[in-house]
Ligand binder design. Sequence first.
Ligand code: 2BA
Length: 107
Amino acid sequence: MKLVLAIVGNDDQAAVLSALTAESFQATKLATTGGFLKAGNTTFLIGVEDNKVNRVIEIITEYSSKRTQVVPSSTAMDVGMYTLFPIEITVGGATIFVLNVEHYEKI
Ligand code: 2BA
């Protein structure tokens, strides 16, 4: 058995959790904070049989993979006015650890 520990962005956590539970994977969701940005993120603990680890990673990748998004940005013009223009930013992504589980039981 393995423990998949996945850190995903808060924007993606609901979709990841829905997809995991739709396929009957059991997950625990922790509210966590990134050490670098000090912004909230979500850590999932998912205990699975070895042969299902790849499917769990596929789901997490599908719903939290890095993608680009176009958002409006503004710049000041010399005449004291602002103009809006679109910029492309990268959002999403996940950090995944797979740990061996030495012992597992439910009491
Ligand atoms: P990511 O590498 O995608 O990491 C996203 C979040 O995943 C991290 O949030 C942290 O909560 C977790 N994480 C990533 N790698 C980890 C590891 N080896 N062990 C435990 N947790 C881990 P933040 O720490 O707030 O980092 C946010 C983003 O800032 C990172 O995105 C990375 O692009 C950048 N970053 C992090 N540390 C950096 C550093 N020392 N220098 C430059 N950029 C850094």
